[in-house]
Design a protein around this ligand. Structure first.
Ligand code: DO4
Ligand code: MG
Length: 280
């Protein structure tokens, strides 16, 4: 298992206790490589790579999102909890039935979320829309899919969402989902098999010194398989530099909760680390 952290001007790679800063590394090349493990190993073999001693530096560092020219897409209504929360928020507008249908349908809901340059990294601010009264983070296991359509790694995603705009009309989904600071991913890209069928996803939201929401789920609650989601994304589409695919949220706070400026969001996924962002 190798972790890839994107810094300001270069990359840091971690293979358990071995941490190196590397030159000439590119995520685009990794996503295009027929064997990502070989591409990564070549940097550990290179004498140009600079070893880093302190492991503690990794957690506290404001890493950039591990993205170059990958588009970031998202799947929706893949967990029962997402289906029920969305049916609740769209009941008044009459949009609730669509969520029920898509949960059961063969074709999943997939939507474009962000370009790489718009995505925020670990410890960068995320945003809520000024024209939205009801806002939540969505903690999502995120797949790294290479240009040939194969899943080769994982990261943590936060699909920041406006529940008031989405609830008003399902056709407003792009406005509820795509806006400045609505997508965070990181802290790193993990290449290798780190997931188990019960891998836990958890979230904690703190306001000043208080925890105002926490929740968890496990990927065993996901209705669809990861290859199924990746297959649909690559159906009749091309991703020359690969893509990231957020796999949907299984944790939605109760209706009374909305994010506020200054809230600290920490999303943890076993094996992948913690993605932390403050609301601007
Ligand atoms: O259907 C709207 C969006 C669903 C979503 O983002 C999710 O389930 O995570
Ligand atoms: Mg989502």
């Amino acid at each position: 298992m190798i972790k890839i952290y994107r810094d300001q001007d270069d990359y840091v790679l971690q293979n358990f206790n071995r941490i190196i800063r590397v030159q000439g590394f590119s995520l685009d090349s990794l996503f295009q490589a027929s064997n990502p493990a070989d591409y990564l190993t070549s940097f550990f073999d290179s004498t140009d790579s600079e070893p880093i001693q302190q492991k503690s530096v990794i957690e506290k560092h404001p890493w950039q999102a591990p993205v170059e020219n990958q588009e970031i897409w998202a799947a929706g209504v893949t967990y029962m909890r997402s289906k029920s929360a969305r049916m609740e928020e769209s009941e008044q507008s009459g949009g609730d039935h669509f969520y029920d249908l898509v949960y059961e349908a063969e074709r999943p809901e997939l939507f474009f979320k962000s370009t790489g340059s718009r995505a925020r990294g670990h410890l960068a601010p995320v945003c809520i829309r000024k024209d939205s009264a009801w806002n939540v983070p969505e903690p999502e296991l995120t797949l790294a899919i290479n240009s040939a359509g194969h899943i080769f790694g994982y990261t943590i995603g936060n699909d920041m969402s406006s529940r008031s705009i989405e609830g008003e009309n399902p056709l407003y989904l792009p406005q509820a989902k795509i806006y400045r600071g609505s997508c965070a991913i990181g802290p790193c890209l993990v290449v290798g098999n780190v997931l188990t069928p019960d891998t836990k996803i958890s979230i904690m939201i703190s306001r000043l010194a208080n925890v105002v929401f926490q929740g968890d789920t496990s990927i065993s609650q996901l209705k669809r398989t990861f290859p199924e989601l990746a297959d649909y994304l690559f159906r009749e589409n091309e991703f020359p530099c690969g893509a990231y695919l957020m796999t949907g949220t299984g944790i939605v706070p109760d209706s009374g909760f909305t994010l506020q400026s200054g809230d600290r969001i920490q999303i943890q996924i076993e094996g992948l680390g913690v993605l932390e962002n403050e609301v601007e």
